[in-house]
Design a protein around this ligand. Sequence first.
Ligand code: Z5A
Length: 210
Amino acid sequence: MKKTRFITLEGSEGAGKSTNMDYIQKGLRAQGIDIVTTREPGGTPIGEDIRQLLLGHKHTGMSDDTELLLMFAARAEHLDKVIRPALEKGQWVLCDRFTDATYAYQGGGRGIASDRIATLENWTQAELRPDLTIYLDVPIETGRQRAGDRSAPDRFEKEQNAFFNKARKVYLDRAEQEPARFRVIDASTSLDQVQVYLDEVLQELVSKKR
Ligand code: Z5A
């Protein structure tokens, strides 16, 4: 694995991303790594407003292209204000979801061609790609049960399992195509076991950090 500084965490609803962001951050900080944590869509004031548009129910019938472009508008702001400045200062960045989510949900879920997504990816990110992507893999039904009645479902959470299964397939295909970047963790196991797997990934990271 090349020197890692930009880490993304992916997984379907209820996979345990939010739960484990904190765990990963603490693990890396304990190794003396200066790390910034953030999320998508969001991570900046403009990005968080765009998140409300994307996840909320204020506008019904949003077109798939609008959804895609809003994801990248939020990402452009996030890259400009948070991700690039942190990386340029020598900090690490741990991001809850990034462009793999766009390939999964807008590509797999909504059916937008991946070359259109790639055009926007190249435009907003130029050469920047995550150095490491941890994918917490859980069957859709299990994840949805865990996420349960936590709150009223957002615009994505209202989708059927078929939408999420298509997104999951894209994640797994991408992981297979890019084994050097992805670490797939079986997140259907207990939280303790997931964190044992995460420790292994963190060990690997730390042993190669300098
Ligand atoms: N989206 C998109 O379409 N395109 C894009 O480019 C981007 C995003 C960037 C919001 O994302 C939506 O944005 C998302 C895709 C879309 N929609 N969907 N799906 P988000 O990441 O903010 O929302 P989310 O995926 O719905 O997150 P979530 O439901 O909060 O899932 P999570 O963070 O992975 O789960 P959690 O909160 O850590 O855990 C859920 C519960 O399970 C909680 O009670 C935990 O205690 C429990 N848990 C966690 N791990 C375990 C284990 N191992 N065993 C048992 N219980 C567990």
